[in-house]
Write a protein that binds this ligand. Sequence first.
Ligand code: PHE
Length: 345
Amino acid sequence: MSDRIEEVRSQALQAVASAENLDQLNQIRVQYLGKKGLIQDMMKAMKDLPKEEKPAFGQKVNVLKSEVSTAVETKQVELAKIAVAQKLEQERIDISLAGDNLRLGTTHPLVMIQQEIEDLFIGMGYKVAEGPEVEQDYYNFELANIPKDHPARDMQDTFYVDPNTLLRTHTTAMQMRELEKAHGTKPIKLICPGKVYRRDDDDATHSHQFMQCEGLVVGDHVTLTDLKGTLEFMANKLFGDGRKIRFRPSYFPFTEPSVEVDVSCPFCNGKGCSVCKGSGWIEILGAGMVHPNVFRMNGFDPETTSGFAFGVGLERVAMLKYGINDIRNFYLNDVRFLKTFDRFD
Ligand code: PHE
């Protein structure tokens, strides 16, 4: 009987050792350790043994059983590891293969200019104000010193929603909302960027929608020189160091005096080139000192209050800065155009 134990032991251990995969190992386990397995058979056979041999035999079979169990468990761990390694190998991903490029969006050039202008004015302590694009005639015109029959209304062909509601024609509407809100409280230092609309026929230099950024400073002793210094600073930041500013007399109903502002041409440094049409100067914005009527209508005393305002066209700045020659590009959403701004981001 002891020989039989030895025989089963060496067969079982050999079978376990040579199992090639978990299925085979399981079969071997059932064959030896299962309820109807060889080791169990030996236990059953014990009843035919003489009484005095039973304990010693039983013990040996138990030792055999635990030996084979341990061998199976150890082998199982080993084979499981191999199985995982094989699976990983089969499902290996070649990460060196070129993938599909996901095209990322870029910041729109007008947004870039807007952010740049916001950053530089926030740096000087200005706040950024907002207002509605669908505006009341009152803020767009009346408060800006442009009453109903004022000829200056013709300067800006307006999209009307109804006789008192329109698409704002300039960011000056937001300036008026802010002045009305402040109602005599000084100082005020803000910019209001936003979209504006005019009934223009679209061509390379005209668009029925475009963007402006208004600037407004109100205090006790604000002067034209402050305006000039501020705009010079902005021009240098936007177009590079060395820019000069030039004021030309102009007319806006909401400022007095009013000026049109030229910047020395950043392409030829003022010498004259095709961009500035030989003049050395490029017009970039309108500005002036806040009109006494505007102050009066908004609850400020023009005798003791002064202020400057300016409005700059963002498309104009972007066209100069990035060398864009057709304003319609900003609104066509052509990815080929937008993609060229990757490098500026
Ligand atoms: N609102 C003027 C325009 O749209 C620009 C401007 C703003 C002029 C503020 C003077 C002061 O042309």
